[in-house]
Ligand binder design. Structure first.
Ligand SMILES: C[S@@+](CC[C@H](N)C(=O)[O-])C[C@H]1O[C@@H](n2cnc3c(N)ncnc32)[C@H](O)[C@@H]1O
Length: 284
């Protein structure tokens, strides 16, 4: 096989990736970084490096997957969330930038309180993204992540270990709050909230690469909220907070369910499009 020069590979890959990516040059460089270990600075400084046959084979396979619309994060098995480098694999949800809205809201709400949360529960923890982001801000806090997927819990444990949070975290197989004991100062969740019949209409790169169990919120998307708003008070400490991500158009329905179950919305945050996507509640 003729030697392939980095600059030539980048040029060709960038051109091809423009069909599927918003930032094709950046994605091409990230693939090279993953395959060759050369960071973008090194790639810019030495564009005449050559790629080995093994590197070319891996890159060709990765390009084919990406051009079939597989998300870059799935190909690399990595996603940056709240500045943390997280692994994702198999059934683990690829954490979304939208969920950073929930983290932001929790940090702002908690900053107005006398004490930061000491014990945090994350329902449907996935990669551990929300819990680990919060623990990175609260060095004295511990946290528990619950998920129904053993594979996902393995990924969350690995992420906690990689970030140095293993001793402050516990990841437990479970069905929402069933069997959860103890008291938490803060419960957070980004639950499945997509109405079942909408799953088929999701973009292909979501439909084919995210586990439906991480997305399916039941007939109207609200199953989790009905159940958790009934049960969560029994594991919240006095004055504790419940912080929830919600789907587009769910603010009114979730607020009504919450009010009917004895909760009050004390704070909310919209996404960049101005749509409310995160709520903080307190028991009345
Ligand atoms: C939308 S994903 C959120 C993952 C992660 N918290 C994040 O924000 O990236 C929902 C998560 O809930 C989990 N889940 C679904 N049903 C569950 C149940 N009955 N009990 C516990 N976890 C569940 C899924 O496995 C998935 O990891």
């Amino acid at each position: 096989m003729a030697a392939v020069v980095l600059a030539a590979w980048l040029q060709e890959a960038t051109r091809a990736l423009a069909a599927v990516a918003d930032q094709p040059r950046m994605e091409a460089r990230r693939l090279v970084e993953f395959a060759c270990g050369w960071d973008p600075g090194q790639q810019i400084a030495s564009p005449d490096r050559t790629l080995s046959p093994d590197q070319c084979t891996w890159l060709a396979d990765a390009m084919q997957r990406r051009l079939e619309d597989e998300p870059l994060s799935r190909i690399l098995g990595r996603r940056e969330f709240w500045g943390l480098d997280l692994s994702i694999a198999g059934a683990t949800l690829d954490p979304r930038a939208d969920t950073e809205t929930l983290v932001e809201l929790v940090l702002d709400t908690c900053a107005k309180r006398a004490e930061p949360p000491a014990h945090i529960l994350d329902l449907g923890t996935g990669s551990g993204a929300i819990l680990l982001a919060l623990l990175s801000h609260y060095p004295g806090a511990t946290g528990m992540g619950i998920d129904q997927s053993p594979e996902t819990l393995g990924v969350a444990r690995q992420n906690a270990a990689n970030l140095g949070f293993a001793a402050r975290t516990e990841f437990v197989l479970g069905d929402w709050l069933s069997g959860v004991e103890g008291r938490f100062d803060l419960i957070v969740s980004n639950p499945p909230y997509i109405p079942t019949e909408d799953l088929l209409n999701l973009a292909r790169n979501v439909r084919e690469f995210d586990d439906p169990a991480a997305l399916d919120g039941g007939a109207d998307g609200l199953d989790f909220y009905r159940r958790t708003l009934e049960e969560a008070k029994s594991v919240l400490s006095e004055g504790g907070l419940l912080a929830l991500e919600i789907g587009v158009n769910q603010c009114q329905s979730v607020t009504e369910i919450a009010t009917g179950s004895g909760w009050r919305v004390i704070d909310q945050r919209a996404d960049l499009a101005g749509i409310p996507r995160a709520l903080v509640l307190i028991a009345c």
